[in-house]
Design a protein. Sequence first.
Length: 400
Amino acid sequence: MFAAFLIFLLMRASDTSLGLIRCLTGCGRGADRKRYRNTVVGQILRCWPNAIECIFVEAAVSNGWGRAASSVVTQAFEAPGGKNRGGTLHMFTLGSILRLATPPYFFQPLQILRRLRLEYLWRSKREALVTLPWGLPIRIKLHEAIGFNIASQGLYEIGVTETLWRLTEPGDLAIDVGANIGYMTSIFGIRVGQKGKVISFEPHPDVFESLRENVEIWKQDRRCGSFVLQQAALGKESGQALLHTNEWFETNRGTAWISNKVEDSPDLKTIKVKIRDLDSLIDAGETIGVMKMDVQEHELGVLQGMTRLLKRHAVRDIVFEELAAFPALTHEYLKSNGYSIFALQESFAGVRLLPDAQADFDPVIGPVPNYLATLDPSRAKSLLRPGIWRSFGPASLVAN
């Protein structure tokens, strides 16, 4: 059946690829970088008639790209100097077909059919309710990168997903910093169980509303722990901060960033948001099991606002994004407080921990480097050692 399906795709290749190439070159040839960045993502979503072919560029329009999220697509289709490659892009190759053998599809074959269904959904709907592999529904926006990735693969940032899934224990207090619409919060909610608690921070008012709507659904699930939502950012000290967005935010709502610097850009939007330091929010004697940070290069500020927690070793595991090369300031700061640092390395079967190392990183196709800081490296290595993904696929039915 799978072979027949691939033959069908090959039969469609010439017509669909030609249509997309014409679409892309029509909007991009001779355009400046700003105009091209504005149009290319939308053109991909509107012009690609075969759903499976979208799989081949999901890495470019999906998750974890920080402030450079939408420009990834631009980098993929432009030559140096901002010039379009002239329509020579080969959209349907052996490598493209082999993407069907990547973990989200290989271990979830029914996801291919869901992906086909998605093609028709996004033509008529702006939003959809998608069920995650652990059974929680999540409301996503189909024309936005994070929502598109969740709907198409059933997952988002699978390396971080698997790491959080394995490290989080029943009864833990889990902290989600930069929660966005709540995908990682949902993992925490299931894994901490009825006796655990999840505190999620999201400063952008529109994104926070999406987070709140999703959490209200999950509160009805008896498997989940309690949820506490904070419409605030975390940083070095409490007060107010400036949250910046630009045109990329329209296609990826995970690209807002905190900065008090005055930035000059015609498409820049700035709003004042509440910012808190974590030290002031966690009671003395209380401990955190797992904390996830994805705050667009503001990770060091978050860590500096939880110095007391770090010094008393009140946070067992911290999973965080870091774009700077290893060892970055975040790595050094955590190591000075007694943490062991591991790069998270995705493989076909799961996640490997690389001690004191730089994670493999391709600036065009990703994924963004993520790291684990832990007070108990033996425990972390033991939990992440068993092969095969446990957060999704067949093993999730028997290994958890």
